[in-house]
Design a protein around this ligand. Structure first.
Ligand code: OSB
Ligand code: MG
Length: 371
């Protein structure tokens, strides 16, 4: 495909509710949306789920605009002919890191590629499912009554497992209370790197509640200490932040740092790396699932497609569009039916981007034309 034009939008969308994690809270969700146009006017869409500051990862909306402008767009300009999305990954190898920024563009190229082939995205990446399982991720709530009401609401809505965010001071008690009120529902926790090995007692306590997994308990850059913790508890450790690519997945597996991986396609640099991790996981009997970053309907399409990969064995952090947003920028919005999201069969991401709606949330935009 010959690339003609790329538009980059910085969006800010209000969340319906404050979302709190151990690394901070969010009410305004920032992200970068990418629209790639080829010589025939077909548009591929992508989303880099970066934040306004280096909170979940070091990448931000600013660093994304910067690496696009200074390094990635100039590399594409050299030769705007790209046959396959994975060639892009090779093309920008010289740029180290900035995986979410790269993913934003790589996603758009996958959408474009699938649209040109007139096949749905999930088929383009080797997906094997027609529906994907949806779980809910509940922030650090801090108020037990509110937490219980939320759990009840989402279970009634059909979500197939509950994940609660934990932080020091809000961990064992909410888990114990949920178990008491809701029995043996599929339940897991996510610490977003808020603990150290000195907190072993907390994990020994959590170990008693038959959780599906404990997500990213220790440092976001660690593999070694997680292997020590995993050797001391029976609950599987699931890594999120610590797995940036296939190399981390391999090293962590050898070390025994985790038993499950939360794969966020954007965190690992896109669908090419997601497929690599899927293949490695499948070969080594490692269950994976697809995580989220409060994506708009565009990013959600890449999560849904990834969740059709064969190594996915647990419910995913893919909720319906109206869980986070008043208004969706794609049509149709993503919805769940008895806890499952239907995979769309239309070419590419399968949803139409509502540019007029999208524009309402754009606070900055940049356009690059290729010759
Ligand atoms: O750690 O999985 C995480 C949201 C923002 C940043 C990090 C995480 C999350 C979530 C929400 O857990 C998942 C979602 O519903 O998109
Ligand atoms: Mg997580």
């Amino acid at each position: 495909m010959r690339l003609k034009k790329i538009r980059v939008f910085h969006l800010v969308m209000k969340l319906k509710e404050y979302f709190e994690t151990s690394f901070g809270g969010m009410l305004d969700r920032h992200c970068i949306i990418v629209a790639f146009e080829d010589e025939n006017g077909i548009i591929g869409w992508g989303e880099a789920p970066v934040d306004d500051g280096p909170w979940y990862s070091y990448e931000t909306v600013e660093t994304t605009m910067y690496v696009y402008n200074e390094f990635i767009i100039p590399l594409l300009r050299k030769n705007p002919e790209i046959e396959k999305p994975w060639e892009f990954v090779d093309r920008v190898k010289r740029v180290r890191g900035y995986r979410m920024a790269k993913a934003g563009i790589e996603f758009a190229l996958w959408d474009l590629y699938a649209k040109q082939l007139k096949i749905p995205l999930y088929k383009a990446i080797g997906g094997v499912r027609k529906t994907v399982e949806s779980g809910i991720s509940i922030g650090v709530i801090g108020d037990m009554n509110r937490l219980l009401k939320l759990v009840e609401k989402y279970l009634e809505r059909g979500y197939r497992r509950v994940k609660i965010k934990i932080a020091p001071g809000w961990d064992v008690l909410p888990v114990k209370t949920i178990r008491k009120e809701f029995g043996d529902i599929p339940l897991q926790v996510d610490a977003n790197a808020a603990y150290t090995l000195r907190d072993l007692k907390v994990f020994e306590e959590l170990d008693k509640y038959d959780l599906l997994m404990i997500e990213q308990p220790l440092s976001y850059e660690d593999l070694y200490e997680h292997s020590i913790l995993q050797s001391k508890i029976k609950t599987p450790i699931c890594l999120d932040e610590s797995i940036k690519n296939i190399h981390d997945a391999q090293a962590g597996h050898k070390l025994g740092s985790y038993k499950i991986i939360n794969v966020k396609p954007a965190r690992v640099g896109g669908l090419t790396e997601t497929i690599k991790i899927n293949d490695f996981a499948l070969k080594n009997n490692i269950p994976i699932w697809i995580g989220g970053m409060l994506e708009t309907g565009i990013g959600r399409a890449f999560q849904v497609a990834s969740a059709t990969l064969p190594a996915v064995k647990y419910p995913n952090d893919i909720s319906e569009s109206n869980r986070y947003y008043e208004e969706e920028i794609v049509d149709p919005p993503w919805t769940i039916d008895k806890g499952y999201i239907r995979v769309l069969e239309k070419p590419g991401i399968g949803v139409e981007v509502l540019e007029e709606v999208l524009k309402k949330y754009v606070i900055r935009q940049k356009e690059y034309v290729f010759h």
